[in-house]
Design a protein around this ligand. Structure first.
Ligand SMILES: Nc1ncnc2c1ncn2[C@@H]1O[C@H](COP(=O)(O)OP(=O)(O)OP(=O)(O)O)[C@@H](O)[C@H]1O
Ligand SMILES: [Mg+2]
Length: 359
């Protein structure tokens, strides 16, 4: 229950009942709210909107939930700070779950990627007709800003699953891929295990996106070998447990390097990322459509931007197309330069934006 709302109700009741009775009534109200929202949340999970919270061989602990903000469906403590509340037990040990990446509230329509989406969905389908018909892992390659993450987000949205992201970097140590340990909030001298995004996606049956997998060190990549093959498990030496994957778990990785066979990725990993999709630059027509949709409120000015943009871009880079991200950013900066001076967009603004927003 919202803390400000509780304060208001308390003040109102105190006027009529005195402070002792007031505490009893507020306590009863809190319990009632807690039960109603807990039931609502459990019903939501049963419907499977965000993937199942139960994994094979993993016991789901009963949740003790703090008050919920009904507007955002996020969980808050008394200080109105966001708190994570979900735990699982694996082999008798208690683990805190990671948070999924927040869904993009604007749901921008993904344009010109039907072929890529179809292939990812086919890879993720699995095939029960054959003996080892488990789903296949996907590797997306392509330059910066072409839409690799956007593709993973769109697939998870279409499948009604949460997306957990792991940012690949040379600094990511092997154990962090499974979990980390930190001082517990529940008592001094206690530590708790926090599952990584990958491990959480595995136990909850959701999708994990490992971004820039080519940047992981060989020792860290070796942890992924049993995740990517028929074993579908992740071993944590820190906690001494094997984390099993829920049947609905899916793995998608990205790499900016298109030539993945000669990149840092060792062969055992390339083999396990069975479906390799190169995400190419989008044609000019599709890029125009993206701008018209994203900047639809600008109306005629969006058309004017596109006209100026292509004239100047092709003069500078005749053999190169911008990535969707580059184009969106240049468009945004052009409009902002004009807005700052309280006037309509000019050719000069677009020229300036190309100069400063393009590396
Ligand atoms: N096909 C598309 N239709 C509409 N918007 C797109 C499309 N592709 C990319 N975008 C938009 O372009 C931006 C960049 O996309 P995204 O972050 O997915 O690129 P990326 O390939 O993951 O980049 P990086 O390699 O830097 O991680 C996002 O705002 C995304 O919504
Ligand atoms: Mg990305």
């Amino acid at each position: 229950m919202n803390a400000r709302f509780v304060r208001d109700v308390r003040a109102f009741i105190r006027c009529y009942l005195g402070s002792r009775d007031c505490d009893i009534v507020v306590g009863a109200l809190r319990l009632k709210w807690f039960l109603v929202f807990r039931q609502g949340r459990i019903d939501g999970l049963k419907k499977g909107g965000q993937g199942s919270r139960r994994a094979e061989g993993v016991r789901q602990e009963p949740l003790t939930l703090p008050p919920v903000n009904p507007l955002t469906e996020q969980w808050f403590n008394e200080k109105e700070e966001f708190v994570m509340t979900d735990f699982v037990s694996i082999s008798g040990k208690r683990f805190r779950l990671a948070e999924p990446s927040p869904p993009n509230q604007h749901h921008p329509q993904l344009r010109g990627r039907d072929q890529e989406l179809r292939l990812i969905q086919a890879a993720f389908l699995g095939n029960r007709a054959i003996e080892d018909g488990r789903p296949l892992n996907v590797l997306l390659t392509g330059g910066a800003g072409v839409g690799k993450t956007a593709l993973a987000e769109e697939v998870s949205r279409q499948m009604g699953r949460a997306l957990y992201c792991v940012q690949g970097s040379e600094g990511l140590i092997a154990e962090e891929l499974a979990l980390s340990a930190r001082p517990s909030d529940e008592g001094i001298h206690q530590i708790e295990f926090v599952l990584s995004g990958l491990a959480t996606a595995m136990v909850t049956g959701n999708i994990c996106l490992i971004d820039e997998i080519g940047k992981l060190k060989p020792r860290t990549l070796a942890m992924l070998a049993p995740v990517g093959d028929h074993r579908r498990t992740l071993y944590s030496s820190l906690a001494g447990v094997s984390i099993p994957a829920h049947p609905q778990f899916r793995l998608i990785c990205t790499s900016n390097t298109s030539d993945f066979t000669t990149s840092a990725l060792p062969e055992f990993m390339v083999e396990r990322l069975s479906v390799k999709i190169h995400v190419d630059m989008l044609p000019r027509k599709t890029l125009d459509l993206i701008i018209q949709e994203r900047f639809s409120r600008a109306g005629h000015s969006a058309e004017m931007f596109l006209k100026c943009f292509w004239e100047q871009w092709l003069k500078r880079y005749p053999d190169q197309l911008p990535s969707p991200r580059q184009l969106i950013q240049i468009c945004q900066l052009s409009f902002s330069i004009a807005a700052l001076q309280n006037r309509a967009l000019t050719e000069r603004d677009v020229e300036e934006a190309i100069h400063y927003a393009n590396h």
